[in-house]
Design a protein around this ligand. Structure first.
Ligand code: CDP
Ligand code: MG
Length: 149
């Protein structure tokens, strides 16, 4: 089974070692690519959220940013990667879940990290991962152009 992972700007710039260690505990990284995000790409990626109050914020934040797209192969990869991320809101993530890393740095009282977290207003929670096998195939085709290497 495979899943799609997108390391968001906060994750790529601050937590890449932690993200890759967690991903490799789940499976093998079979594809990996840095992507400069266009408005069209992020709108297509988050199409299920079109019309919601935070959709415009997503497009505004991600367009022009560099992210890392990954395909992770392993047993039960979709559910296992989602479990290691934690909930969408990093404030609800448990210690050990990747999205909790935002909160750890905030609690440590390092003013720079706190400013970084507040500046993104929750729009960047370090990592995206597919929520179903169907979503994974759609997202892999979208981000990698559908052709296998
Ligand atoms: O990423 P996940 O599937 O956990 O969450 P989602 O509900 O599908 O939302 C997609 C993404 O939109 C989140 O990961 C956040 O980056 C962003 N979001 C936001 O900025 N504000 C919200 N109220 C909800 C989501
Ligand atoms: Mg989602």
């Amino acid at each position: 089974m495979r899943t799609f992972v997108m390391v968001k700007p906060l994750g790529l710039q601050n937590f890449l070692l932690e993200v890759m260690a967690a991903v490799k505990a789940v499976g093998t990284v079979s594809r990996r690519q840095l992507v400069v995000v266009s408005r069209e790409l992020i709108a297509a990626h988050y199409a299920e959220h079109a019309g919601k109050e935070f959709f415009a914020r997503l497009l505004e934040y991600y367009q022009g940013q560099t992210v890392m797209a990954l395909v992770v192969d392993g047993p039960d990869a979709v559910a296992r990667v989602r479990a290691m991320l934690g909930p969408s809101d990093p404030r609800r993530a448990a210690p050990g879940q990747l999205r909790h890393l935002v909160m750890t740095r905030w609690r440590d009282g390092q003013s720079g990290w706190r400013a970084l977290e507040l500046a993104t207003s929750g729009v960047d929670n370090i990592v995206h991962a597919s929520d179903s096998a169907e979503a994974a195939e759609r997202e892999i085709a979208l981000w990698f152009g559908g052709k296998e290497e």
